[in-house]
Design a binder for this molecule. Structure first.
Ligand code: CP
Ligand code: NVA
Length: 303
């Protein structure tokens, strides 16, 4: 197993399937109030350069349930915000802590931290990837559908960090994925090229949301403007008009499809209130599963 959790492409299907198994086991233990203190006395530093509700709370609660302690570090109130080099932060935190979780902008930032840290580094979202989220999403698919195998996945909206990570997941796990993104907002071409070179699944890119959701089992979307793109909101509202998960588009998918959103959602932009609150939505299970999969990731990397 790779020492760090920076991107899904660093892992084999077998390793990632092992994380789902462990997450389900830990979830059961937690529900039965059985002890599972696999990280007793260990500390996770959690660096945030962007806002968070789910990531912060699920990591902090997760390490606590494993018998350890989570330490919230906002980049703005630490020396990182005053320009202390990442490599110095990585080496300093490694002397106090047993793992580092980081939410930031460039993927190069998490890579630089990992290069100099002597403890595992976990990617809690970058502009390029959100691997913990897609692992939680797939755990949710497994729970609702029994398996991700043979299902048709679809993405409607921005070709952002979530879309890029779904592309990697499709290649690694071998499921078919169709993404509908407007021109100019397509996924990262390098990620797509990697997936096409390393996987056998059909990964189709279109600008037609109807085509993407046709007979789909799993429907996904995300905000039109991600963190750091707030100033583009107005332009993006124009570009993404029509790229919405609503009851009309849902009719084209399988009747028992599940609807996912990593949250936070902008109701009546990328998804209607009716759909996110409707019977096909599994967004709260998805949010809960962040806790369980991240406990499995931490227990595997930090024990
Ligand atoms: N989905 C997700 O990462 O949520 P937060 O931004 O609240 O952490
Ligand atoms: N694409 C979104 C995901 C938030 C969890 C963002 O990067 O802001």
């Amino acid at each position: 197993m790779n020492k760090h959790f920076l991107a899904l492409h660093d892992f084999s299907k077998k390793e990632l399937d092992g994380l789902f198994e462990l997450a389900l086991e830990l979830k059961k233990k937690q529900k039965n109030a059985e002890k599972h203190r696999m990280l007793k006395g260990k500390t996770l530093a959690m660096i945030f350069e962007k806002s968070s509700t789910r990531t912060r709370v699920s990591f902090e609660v997760g390490i606590y349930q494993l018998g350890g302690h989570g330490l919230f570090i906002s980049s703005g109130t630490s020396q990182m915000g005053r320009g202390e080099p990442l490599k110095d932060t990585a080496r300093t935190l490694s002397r106090y802590c047993d793992g580092i979780m980081v939410r930031t902008y460039g993927q190069d930032i998490v890579e630089e931290l990992a290069r100099f840290a002597t403890v595992p580094v976990i990617n809690g979202l970058t502009d390029l990837f959100h691997p913990c989220q897609i692992m939680a999403d797939l755990l949710t698919v497994i729970e609702h559908k029994g398996s991700y195998q043979g299902l048709k996945f679809s993405w409607v909206g921005d070709g952002n960090n979530m879309a890029n990570t779904w592309i990697e997941a499709a290649a690694i796990f071998g499921f078919d994925l169709t993404l509908a993104c407007p021109e100019g907002y397509q996924p990262d071409p390098k990620v797509l090229a990697w997936a096409q070179a390393n996987g056998t699944s059909a990964i189709v890119l279109t600008d037609d949301p109807k085509k993407a959701v046709q007979d789909a089992d799993v429907l996904n979307t995300d905000v039109w403007a991600s963190m750091g793109q707030e100033e583009e909101q107005k332009a993006r509202e124009k570009a993404f008009a029509g790229y919405q998960l609503n009851s009309e588009i849902l009719k084209l998918a399988k009747p028992d499809c599940i609807v996912m959103h990593c949250l936070p959602a902008h109701r009546d932009e990328e998804i209607t209130d009716e759909v996110i609150e409707g019977p096909n939505s599994v967004v709260w299970d998805e949010a809960e599963n962040r806790l369980h999969i991240q406990k499995a990731i931490m227990a595997t990397l930090m024990a």
